[in-house]
Ligand binder design. Structure first.
Ligand code: GDP
Length: 444
């Protein structure tokens, strides 16, 4: 899976990383290739469009770090966007509900529903020490209930005894009751599939859902089916509602498009992937690992990560040194304000820092909250370079000019200067005492 995509995207991006500088046209040309590669891998058009637009936007605005070539930066951006598209954090089956937790498996016939039911049950039993009950609700295919029974015997997992002639909703009800009586932690309902989506199937799924009130509804989809799998997911989600996806046959040589589109199209996480016919061929889905595999450029990604850490550390070091010398002018303050803005404002930052609650109170007392940041920055922006470095020269006439330039008042400027003095005192005290702490704080 993904081999073709890896070859294509890999070679396009490798072409970029060799160059010293990158023009807008270089990036555009590379992204056109990436776009073509994704479409050929059967990724849904809307997903591809969105993806390339976001990469483009980020690549254009990116601050190119010292020691990093622009092409390497683009690789990192593509990587991060791939991870985002696949769902950032890996999410797995959620059992956080009162027992018995009901898991409902849905999907088309032949997608691997029954096999996956067995795999999940076997894993929950052996790895998580859960007591699991499996029930086949497939009354259409005569062999289906027998198939699940055999899987149960093979994996030593309980299955609900078959009562001939019972309809799926009645079986669901009986399964939940049996799980309660039997002290099972989890009950997995393996529903019937069809060769394609039709109205009776959707009605049946909705009825089962109403009866069993499942905590998880997992759509099992064959990753080899490409675009169809995406439509399927969309349909099941809008009609029945799903909580997650399981992609089977990820061991096959499909183009991988379904895997790449499903999350973006449904907004539902890919929770598990099937990688073979055996009962243990089930894996958790890790977006970052998949992105690494597709790009095959983990070294460049970590190089860029390292470089951005270094830059932050260098900035923090320079600031800490200034402070140790007791120097903290309005340029430094502006830099701090910008960093705070980037970090989600006052509450977020100050709350995190040990020993900083005093500063938070002082700032609040000086009338400073998040809404003030922008005004403060505008005031500092209206000062001359000399004024920023020597706040002492700011007397009435200068204040008037700055107030006019920044659309504020002299009172606002006084507030800013007061706050600056408080910050400077604070910084001086900290700079003298603990450089380490300061450095840590600045690099947050
Ligand atoms: P159902 O109709 O949805 O219940 O599908 P089944 O569970 O009966 O699976 C259909 C076929 O797909 C069986 O032969 C399974 O062994 C096979 N299968 C299921 N999952 C995987 C997988 O992840 N990889 C491979 N290679 N085969 C699978």
């Amino acid at each position: 899976m993904f081999e073709n995509l890896q070859d294509r995207i890999g070679s396009v991006l490798k072409g970029l990383t060799g160059r010293g500088s990158l023009s807008d046209a270089d990036v555009s040309a590379a992204l056109r290739e990436v776009r073509r590669a994704l479409l050929e891998a059967d990724v849904a058009l809307e997903v591809v469009r969105d993806f390339t637009a976001r990469v483009k936007e980020k690549a254009v605005g990116a601050e190119v770090l010292k020691s990093i070539k622009p092409g390497q930066m683009v690789v990192k951006i593509v990587h991060d966007e791939l991870v985002e598209m696949l769902g950032s954090e890996g999410v797995t089956v959620d059992l956080n509900a009162p027992s018995p937790v009901v898991i409902m498996m849905v999907g088309l016939q032949g997608s691997g529903k029954t096999t996956t039911t067995g795999k999940i049950a076997a894993r929950l039993t052996s790895r998580d020490r859960k007591k699991v009950l499996m029930a086949s609700l497939d009354t259409r295919r005569p062999a289906a209930q027998e198939q699940l029974k055999q899987i149960g015997e093979q994996t030593s997992v309980d299955t609900l005894p078959v009562i001939k002639g019972q309809d799926p909703v009645a079986i669901a009800k009986r399964a939940v009751q049996a799980a309660k009586l039997g002290g099972h932690d989890v009950v997995i309902l393996d529903t019937a599939g069809r060769t394609h989506i039709d109205e009776p199937l959707m009605v049946e799924m909705s009825d089962i859902r109403k009866q069993a009130n499942p905590h998880e509804i997992l759509l099992v989809a064959d990753s080899l089916t490409g675009q169809d799998a995406v439509n399927l997911a969309r349909n099941f989600d809008s009609r029945v509602g799903i909580t997650g996806l399981v992609l089977t046959r990820m061991d096959g040589d499909g183009r991988g498009g379904a895997a790449l589109s499903m999350r973006a199209v449904t907004g539902k996480p890919i929770k598990l992937i099937g990688t073979g016919e055996k009962m243990d061929a089930l894996e958790e889905f890790h977006p970052k690992r998949i992105a690494d595999r597709i790009l095959g450029m983990g070294d460049i990604v970590s190089l860029v990560e390292k470089a951005s850490e270094t830059i932050d550390a260098e900035k923090a070091q320079a600031m800490a040194e200034k402070m140790a010398k007791g120097k903290f002018d309005l340029n430094d303050m502006a830099e701090q304000l910008k960093q705070m803005q980037n970090m989600g404002g006052m509450g977020g930052i100050m709350g995190l820092m040990p020993g900083m609650s005093g500063m938070k109170d002082k700032m609040a007392a000086a009338g400073m909250d998040d809404s003030v940041f922008r005004r403060q920055l505008a005031i500092i922006g209206s000062m001359t370079k000399y004024e920023r470095a020597h706040p002492d020269v700011l007397k009435n006439s200068r204040k008037k000019r700055i107030a006019a330039g920044s659309g504020t008042s002299a009172a606002d400027i006084n507030k800013l200067l007061k706050m600056h003095r408080q910050m400077a005192d604070m910084m001086k005290a900290m700079g003298g005492k603990g450089k380490g702490k300061m450095k840590q704080m600045m690099s947050m």
